[in-house]
Design a protein around this ligand. Sequence first.
Ligand SMILES: [Mn+2]
Length: 310
Amino acid sequence: MEEEKIYIIGHKNPDTDSICSAISYAYLKNKEENTKKYIPARSGKINPETHFIFKYFDFTVLPHLIEDATGKKVILVDHTEPKQRPENMDKGEIVEVIDHHNINFQQAKPIFFHVEPIGSTSTIITKMYFDKNIEIPKKIAGLLISAIVSDTVIFKSPITTEEDRKIAEKLMPLAGIDNMDSFGIEMFKAKSNWGKKTADEIINTDYKEYELAGKNIGIAQIETVDASELEKRKQEFLEVMKKMKTSRNLDLIIVLLTDIIKEGCLAFLVGDEIETVEKAFNNEIKDNQMYLPGVLSRKKQVVPVLEDLF
Ligand SMILES: [Mn+2]
């Protein structure tokens, strides 16, 4: 008899951490339990940065695409937020959670639930490998270190902890990376090659929805090595944002152009209560736009501000 499969899946519009933590956690669980029942999965297309990493580490197998979680057993990695889970997750079963975000989770049945305020889910998973003494193959080490470098914006983001740095340093020799900074810049360049993409595609590369105190808020984060290139396309972005606000029934939509070199965000905003948002950020919004110096993290510097606001 075939064992029941358990899918390990990150958030919708998966980023590198969501993809890499699903793959590496499935590998760990299968090794640990000497089984093949853990299947890495994804809830959407992989982004250009993740493509780059797959090529870089010669990784060819994409996680299994899940469009509907009805009847499936699932381990959530890199999110808890219901809006970011796969479709019909309420008709399946969540059996475990590993995450590093704000928690939005309620379930009657007790499960293994591991959340840490740390730079990436992949940091948590790497620690599990070390704790359980499970050898990390080169390609897995490559995926893990990439996800840490990506989520922490090469250790510049305020979500970065000392542990993220230490864990990444331990992964370097295993992944065959000599210099994390140059590897990181190369990776972010691959990611911010937005030239041929439409505003709609760019927004949806890393777009997340939140329910914060009863308001529906959509926030896209676009990391780039030069935000001014994308600023030129502002009108195109605003048009897409206005459409999304209506079609997705949002109170507010924000697009963050995160300049990882200048270390700040240029934000485009479309919403109903713009003055309240201005107050919260203590910043002026002019022509649907504001600049947030020093802001690199949606999770730590944008979501909590909005949560307090409404
Ligand atoms: Mn993450």
